[in-house]
Ligand binder design. Structure first.
Ligand code: EPU
Length: 432
């Protein structure tokens, strides 16, 4: 499927944020920790949720959707083997904890690497092994067992991985005894998952310095929970407002989830207003954009999913900007696409900043230098991954002329009805 976009129009109006993809899918998995029904509200209708629905159904979940409410109930684990189609996203590995807790075994396909780097799961495996799981790694799948159940453990993550933190929390809530996770990730989506688990009866505490304490309980109950608004959507719409010179109110956006981004936006010359309804983003009249050096990091740093939409703005800034990507090895494929549209971005293996970086002295192209301002013109592009896809859309809406963006199913994985919602802001975008 394609988007055909005619750019150059100011986008103006209001857009409601949907529930965060990176919390919603984990909450579906968390619901499998109880045999009681769960209701998730503000739930997005996106591709990744559909894939996760298929995964949960294969384990025995009954799922019903009414608009943006998802009811999910797993009275029994009918099978502990994940369907192989679920390899299409990163969620199956998170089902290990709930499956081991409820039936003492699990079989999960090996997750493919994807277009942003190899994405290993060694940290997940090490944590679950420390909790008493035996995990066999076969060429195409993991076979896990914990016959006597999982037990609490002291776990020091070698990197604050989002997925590994979630996996360990999901495994620990029903394990016997206390689990201490050091160097844990503390992204807002993780906090929201913990809030849901707490309502289900879990005992989870955040200490200082990235420590999470979990006291295992015997049983969890059903829950009604509203998914936090998607901060990645908020940032995408913010960049869209500034790139097109319009004004967009991201309804329900939460300042506390966006503080690092809001500072960056103001430094480059964009503006925002925190209103009672959300956050409105705009570019003050006649304000030129300023270049900036930025480094991605785990929360509360500048998020890796926010560098692609920001890069579009930096192509319009007056001077030289740099982006140092320290989370993923290979997240600058889109630079070639923006260059086709007239941008001037150079990507190299050198670290372009000061943060400690796992990719130092390795051959990963994780540093980008952006020379601006360069006018953007329409082009034919193919989406590489979700976040670079939204950068394509933002660039195309800001550019002069027509762009054809192919492979938009990848964008649909994380943004619900994006074309329809952008049309309501005045965008000229058609799906074909
Ligand atoms: N890593 C390892 N070993 C592991 C786990 C991770 O080396 O066992 C490495 C990864 O290869 C990567 C880094 O650690 O280089 C960060 O990975 P992390 O586990 O933190 O990320 P994730 O859980 O796989 C989630 C989001 C990503 C988001 C990152 C960072 C989901 C489904 N995905 O990925 O979102 O970029 O956290 O915040 O929650 C997206 O939405 O487009 C997306 C890619």
């Amino acid at each position: 499927m394609k988007f055909i976009i005619n750019g150059g129009k100011k986008l103006e109006g209001e857009i409601k944020l949907l529930g965060a993809k990176n919390a919603a899918t984990k909450m579906m998995v968390a619901s499998m920790l109880t045999s009681e029904p769960c209701t998730l509200i503000n739930f997005p209708d996106i591709g990744d949720v559909r894939i996760t629905e298929e995964l949960c159904r294969s384990f025995g979940s009954e799922i019903k959707r009414e608009e943006n409410t998802l009811r999910i109930h797993t009275p029994e684990i009918a099978s502990a083997t994940a369907v192989s189609l679920s390899r299409r996203n990163r969620i199956p590995i998170l089902a290990l904890g709930p499956l081991l807790a409820r039936v003492g075994k699990a079989e999960i396909p090996i997750l493919g690497g994807d277009r942003i780097g190899p994405r290993p799961v060694d940290i997940h495996i090490a944590a679950l092994t420390a909790m008493g799981a035996r995990i066999e790694v076969l060429p195409d799948r993991y076979i896990a067992a914990a016959r006597g159940g999982l037990r609490g453990a002291r776990i020091n993550l070698r990197y604050p991985s989002v997925g590994a933190t979630e996996n360990t929390v999901l495994a620990a809530v029903l394990a016997s005894g206390r689990t201490v996770i050091r160097n844990a990730a503390v992204e807002p989506e993780i906090i929201d998952l913990v809030k849901m688990l707490q309502k289900m009866g879990a005992i989870i505490e955040f200490g200082t310095d990235r420590v999470i304490y979990i006291d295992g309980v015997k049983k969890l109950r059903g829950v009604k929970h509203s998914v936090l608004p998607d901060r990645n959507e908020a940032v995408s719409f913010a960049c869209l407002a500034v790139a097109t010179g319009g004004r967009i109110l991201a309804r329900d956006a939460r300042q506390e989830d966006l503080m690092t981004f809001l500072n960056v936006l103001r430094k480059i010359g964009g503006e925002y207003e925190v209103t009672g309804d959300g956050v409105a983003f705009y570019r003050p009249k006649d304000q030129p954009l300023r270049p900036l050096n930025i480094e991605t990091d785990t929360h509360p740093g500048y998020m890796t999913d926010w560098q692609q939409p920001l890069a579009v703005l930096l192509t319009q800034a007056d001077g030289i900007s740099t982006v140092h990507e320290t989370v993923y090895e290979d997240r600058f494929g889109y630079a070639r696409d923006l260059n086709l549209m007239g941008a001037e971005i150079k990507v190299e293996a050198r670290c372009l900043g000061e943060l400690p970086c796992r990719f130092k002295n390795k051959e990963f192209n994780h540093g980008a230098t952006i020379l601006g301002p360069r006018p953007l013109r329409g082009a034919n592009l193919v989406v590489r991954d979700l976040r670079s896809g939204i950068a394509h859309v933002i660039a195309a809406l800001a550019a002069d002329g027509e762009s054809v963006i192919d492979g938009v199913e990848e964008i649909d994985r994380g943004y619900e009805r994006i074309d329809e919602r952008l049309r309501a802001l005045g965008a000229d975008i058609i799906r074909k």
